[in-house]
Design a protein around this ligand. Structure first.
Ligand SMILES: [Zn+2]
Length: 156
């Protein structure tokens, strides 16, 4: 669910920023982490992001399907290389890390579902632990546990 991805993306960024000595509460970083947490599902026209950018989402879905390339480490590496090649200005460059952390948090969350994620795409092997289904009560419990752990880590 979109709310779960955003919350876990924000939590992951706050922990990562704390580990890296960066201010985790800067609004641009939080916004980038939230955006990154939603970005992988651009390959799904019915997703929250896919409905808003259907011009991209529909052809992408037809071309590569859902939970394919966009849910892989190749997408993360390719995205980082693309952003590096675009040489963003100093302010935008500061958004790359939270964007990547949010993106990776999405892959980790999807890996908790029975469908798993093809981390090593184009190899079709899916990785995951099938802990919860999307949208169920267990998802909320997992999200609450992750946020509690992140909160404990940051404020201990
Ligand atoms: Zn996804």
């Amino acid at each position: 669910m979109v709310v779960s991805h955003v919350l876990v993306g924000l939590g992951a960024w706050v922990v990562a920023a704390r580990l890296g000595g960066t201010a985790p509460d800067a609004l641009p970083g939080l916004a980038a982490a939230a955006a990154g947490a939603l970005l992988p599902d651009i390959d799904h026209p019915s997703s929250w992001l896919g409905r808003r950018v259907w011009v991209v989402s529909k052809p992408l879905s037809r071309l590569i399907g859902h939970r394919g390339l966009t849910h892989s480490l190749l997408a993360v590496a390719g995205g980082l290389m693309l952003l590096d090649a675009l040489r963003p200005g100093r302010m935008l460059a500061g958004l790359v890390e939270p964007l990547a952390v949010g993106y990776l948090s999405h892959l980790a969350m999807d890996a908790l579902t029975p469908a798993g994620v093809p981390l090593l795409w184009p190899w079709r092997q899916r990785f995951g632990v099938a802990l919860c289904s999307s949208g169920g009560a267990m998802e909320m419990l997992v999200v609450a546990a992750i946020l509690a752990a992140a909160g404990w880590f940051v404020w201990r």
